[in-house]
Each structure stands twice: as structure tokens, then as C-alpha cells.
Design a protein around this ligand. Structure first.
Ligand SMILES: C[S@@+](CC[C@H](N)C(=O)[O-])C[C@H]1O[C@@H](n2cnc3c(N)ncnc32)[C@H](O)[C@@H]1O
Length: 363
């Protein structure tokens, strides 16, 4: 394969020139040669060596082992890669067309090269952002855009999940694509509840974020009659409102939707929400156990109902959490109680992420 041989110091200039003309052989990295020279791989459309564009630099044939890069790190300069081998990011998260990556301090100054390699190797991604962690009471991510295909730093994006489009901006509202299975589980549980009570059900998700849980629940014509959703974060509620409107626009049947921006613990103070809910979702993992008693007045009485909640608890205390919750529910009038507390994944060395599922009839 032909390569343009350039002094290391001029690599970026030549790379930009070659890329902007569409002459780069994609999927192959730049090679480091002796005497501080670099070899940039050219595709078949690049001009011959005699062309004045090359300013008398040599074009030489160099064998390349594998034509297609398998990983974005294959596109980094080999010497650079080797010198920092332990620090390159091994994982990233993609939300829609936004790629979010945690960078170690040691490679932070090479973030542009990382982003270029990722954009080249991962076609559906539009923007690469450094992840500075979650912040604030709404656990929203702090992201630093590094590079985008279109020059825009926009982080508003759309994902497709369970047959629905969901608008998301990870800088405005918490969102985790890893909970997709749990959302599928909500749908199966909602169908089971609807079939048990023999009617459509009312679902409440007071910690809804942008509303991913409602995407599959509202994709179903005969399941839901009303949704009560909300979040304390106003920016999340903006996107939640758009998402709920979009979901409802695709369903024929008439579904009532209430969307609130307020603390979930005060929903019970409005009489129209008391005893209105068949299926309650409680997704505030650090606080689920503390908030639950304030949410129970929302549950409908005299009919089977369901609560699905997610919590982060100390490893090994599942059975005591289960007993504590059973005692709480029984004290609030739950009968025919069937409650499980099941680990879904590890959270840290000492903590686990659990799903609490409680079937009961409140009297
Ligand atoms: C773990 S996120 C879950 C979001 C969403 N259910 C999802 O799965 O993507 C918890 C959400 O609860 C919201 N929140 C925090 N405290 C709240 C409160 N007291 N009342 C209502 N929402 C709250 C946060 O803004 C955040 O969007």
C-alpha cells in the first residue's frame, strides 16, 4: 500500500490535507518510521508521487498486515499507543449518536487523537464527549465535547428502544441504556397485572427522567388507561413532555397523561392522585427505600397492585431489606403480599443494585 512519508512535526497538516481530499485509506493507522518520520496510508484515488501537491515528499509502498482496523486504538500512532498502553480507555457508552468516554489523566492531552480515531472507526457516532462524572441532586452527567463530525457540540440525541424513539440529552437528565432489560420487565409485569385485574391499568413513574420506561408501556394499545409521570428536574420534564407526546401520538386509544415537575413525595397531598395507581415505578436507587412510605398512599385499594423499585443496598442485606419492606407494606394495609428483593448487578465492592417487586392488594 502507498504511504506518504512526512516529517513527524508535519503529520497533522498532511493528515488534514489527505483527509479533506478523501485520499486516506480508512481503517489503517499512521506508522512511525525511523528518523522521526511518519507514513500516512493512501487510498487508490490519491495522486501519483509526481503530483505537485506532495511537495516532493516521497510516496512508498509499505506492506500492511491487516487492511481493516478492528478497534479504534488501531488508528492511533503506534508509538504513542505503546507509550501509554495502560491508560487508553477500554470502555465507552453510546447514547444515540453521542459517545461518552472516561479519560485517564495520562491520556487526556491526546483526547483529540482519541476522538478522531473513534469517529473514524465507529460510524454511527456523531460526537465524542469526555465524561466528567455525574453531578448534583439530579445525577446529571458533566460532559466535555471533544470533537464532532458536524462541528456542533449538541448533545441532544434520539435512541430507539422497544420500538419507540426516545429523545435524550445526557447533560440535562439522567439516562442509562443499561436498564433496558428492566424496562422490558416492566412491560411483562404490566401485562400480568392488567390480565389479573381484567382491565387497563394506571401507571405512575414519579422519577421518570426523560421517560424511557413509558416508551414500551405506551406502545401497547390495550394496556394502559392513564399515566402519571414526573421528575423534580425541570430539564428532564421538558424532554419527558416531548417524549410522552410522541409516544401517545402513535397509540390509537385514548390514554390520559399527567406530567408533573415536583417532588414525588408530595404527590400524595393531591387528593386526585390518592388511591389512583395500579402500577408504581420507583427508580431513585439511592433513596428508593426512604421515599417508599410517602408513595404508598398513591396505590389503589381493593384490587391487586404492583410496585417495582430499584435500590442500591449493602451487599448481603437483601433479606433484611425484604423483611423491612414487608413490615412497612403490611403496616400500610397490604394483603396477599408477595415481595422479592433480587440483585441485578454489582454496584461497587460493598454495594449491589437490586430490583424490589411487590404484588399486593391494599385494603
Ligand atoms: C435514577 S434517575 C431515573 C430516571 C428514569 N426513570 C430512567 O430510568 O432513566 C432518578 C430521577 O429522579 C429524579 N429525582 C430526584 N429526586 C426526585 C424527587 N424527590 N422527586 C421526583 N424526582 C426526583 C432525578 O432528576 C432523576 O431524573
Amino acid at each position: 500500500m502507498r504511504h506518504l512519508i512526512v516529517p513527524s512535526a508535519d503529520t497533522q497538516y498532511w493528515l488534514d490535507t489527505i483527509k479533506s481530499n478523501g485520499w486516506i485509506e480508512s481503517g489503517l493507522g499512521i506508522l512511525s518510521l525511523d528518523d522521526d518520520m511518519k507514513a500516512i496510508p493512501l487510498n487508490k484515488t490519491a495522486p501519483e508521487e509526481i503530483d505537485s501537491i506532495w511537495q516532493n515528499l516521497p510516496l512508498i509502498e509499505l506492506p500492511r498486515e491487516d487492511k481493516s482496523a478492528k478497534h479504534w486504538t488501531d488508528l492511533l500512532d503506534q508509538e504513542l499507543y505503546d507509550s501509554l498502553e495502560d491508560y487508553w480507555p477500554r470502555a465507552y457508552e453510546i447514547i444515540g449518536d453521542v459517545l461518552i468516554v472516561k479519560l485517564e489523566e495520562e491520556v487526556y492531552s491526546h483526547r483529540k487523537a482519541i476522538a478522531e480515531a473513534m469517529l473514524e472507526q465507529i460510524p454511527n457516532v456523531r460526537i465524542i464527549c469526555a465524561d466528567n462524572g455525574v453531578e448534583g441532586e439530579f445525577r446529571v452527567r458533566s460532559l466535555s465535547p471533544i470533537l464532532s463530525r458536524d462541528g456542533s457540540n449538541e448533545t441532544l440525541t434520539t435512541i430507539r428502544e422497544n420500538g419507540q424513539q426516545i429523545l435524550i440529552d445526557p447533560t440535562k437528565s439522567y439516562f442509562s441504556s443499561r436498564l433496558s432489560n428492566e424496562r422490558q420487565g416492566n412491560l411483562a409485569a404490566a401485562k400480568q397485572l392488567s390480565s389479573t385485574v381484567g382491565r387497563k391499568i394506571t401507571v405512575c413513574d414519579p422519577y421518570a427522567g426523560v421517560g424511557p420506561s413509558m416508551a414500551c408501556l405506551l406502545n401497547n394499545h390495550e394496556l394502559i388507561d392513564s399515566v402519571l409521570v414526573g421528575d423534580l428536574n425541570p430539564q428532564a420534564v421538558g424532554l419527558l413532555t416531548q417524549n410522552i407526546e410522541n409516544y401517545l401520538a402513535r397509540v390509537d386509544s385514548r390514554i390520559n397523561a399527567t406530567i408533573l415537575c415536583q417532588d414525588a413525595r408530595i404527590w400524595k397531598d393531591d387528593s386526585k392522585f390518592m388511591g389512583a395507581v395500579d402500577f408504581l415505578l420507583v427508580n431513585l436507587p439511592h433513596e428508593t427505600l426512604n421515599h417508599l412510605s410517602d408513595l404508598l398512599p398513591l396505590m389503589r385499594k381493593g384490587t391487586p397492585s404492583l410496585i417495582r423499585g430499584w435500590a442500591i443496598i449493602d451487599r448481603g442485606v437483601e433479606s433484611s431489606v425484604q423483611e423491612e419492606l414487608e413490615a412497612l407494606l403490611l403496616s400500610k394495609g397490604a394483603t396477599n403480599l408477595e415481595l422479592t428483593c433480587q440483585e441485578i448487578k454489582g454496584f461497587s465492592a460493598t454495594k449491589i443494585f437490586v430490583r424490589i417487586e411487590s404484588w399486593q392488594t391494599f385494603v
